[in-house]
Design a protein around this ligand. Structure first.
Ligand code: MD3
Ligand code: FE
Length: 226
């Protein structure tokens, strides 16, 4: 006998492929542009550079100022790296785990960020910081604003790699209901202008397997922090 449970609609979040009806360029909000698969043709170069960086700097789960460990594992490269601890959120020039400078930003990361930003209308973007976020199944990022950077007139470029995620794109106030945007391997989003201070987060990662990255999603956020 079929039960009620058998009659549930399929969960579309489990569909890992692309919807052919979705445009390759999509404006998500004023100043926020999604370029689908923009990084896909360079993914081998990006992943090789990422491997090099992660040999020099370990991913770790930092704690929020409230003392709770983040579910996402992070590391940075570039002249500044983002850190969180009991004292708060900030950028600093050295890795608190080692006391040493962060590894340099690979040229492939900086070039991708500059190219994508130019494509979205920011012709002279040069990042000085790349935050590497690694999501395992179940990992999430709560709604927050990015406001630790010195000059908010610079956009942030984010690159999604590996397992698909549902990105939550909220408003300028925390209580606005966020849009849900599926981000797949190779997708690049440029967040600038009037969208720069919008609340955003990532829904808990669904278990899935990517041929290159296994069970993980990696997000690179490229910023001008200093
Ligand atoms: C929208 N990371 O590291 S990147 C973060 O997928 C962060 O790991 C998420 O939010 C991730 O701070 C999302 C997309 C992103 C980055 C910055 C934004 C979206 C943004 C700034 C303003 C509005
Ligand atoms: Fe953020």
């Amino acid at each position: 006998m079929p039960t009620d449970k058998d009659r549930q609609p399929v969960n579309l979040d489990l569909f890992v492929g692309r919807d052919p009806l979705e445009p390759e360029r999509q404006v998500l909000g004023p100043g926020a542009v999604l370029l689908r698969e923009y990084a896909a043709e360079r993914d081998g170069t990006l992943l090789a550079a990422l491997d090099q960086v992660l040999q020099a700097v370990p991913l770790r789960r930092m704690s929020t100022p409230g003392g709770r460990p983040m579910s996402v594992a992070t590391a940075s490269c570039g002249t500044l790296g983002w850190v969180t601890d009991r004292r708060g959120y900030r950028y600093q020039g050295s890795d608190p785990a080692s006391g040493r400078p962060w590894p340099p930003m690979p040229e492939a990361f900086a070039q991708l960020a500059a190219d994508a930003a130019a494509e979205a209308g920011y012709p002279s973007f040069r990042p000085d910081s790349c935050l590497i976020n690694r999501y395992a199944p179940g990992a999430r990022m709560g709604l927050h604003q990015d406001r630790d950077e010195r000059d908010m007139s610079h956009p942030i470029v984010s690159v999604s790699l590996g397992v698909p995620a549902v990105f939550l794109f909220g408003g300028l106030r925390r209580n606005e209901r966020p849009q849900r945007v599926r981000l797949l391997h190779g997708d690049v989003v440029i967040w600038g202008g009037a969208s720069r201070l919008r609340f955003h987060g990532v829904a808990p990662l669904k278990a899935a397997c990517h041929p290159r990255l296994g069970r993980y999603r990696i997000n690179l956020t490229l910023r001008r922090a200093g």
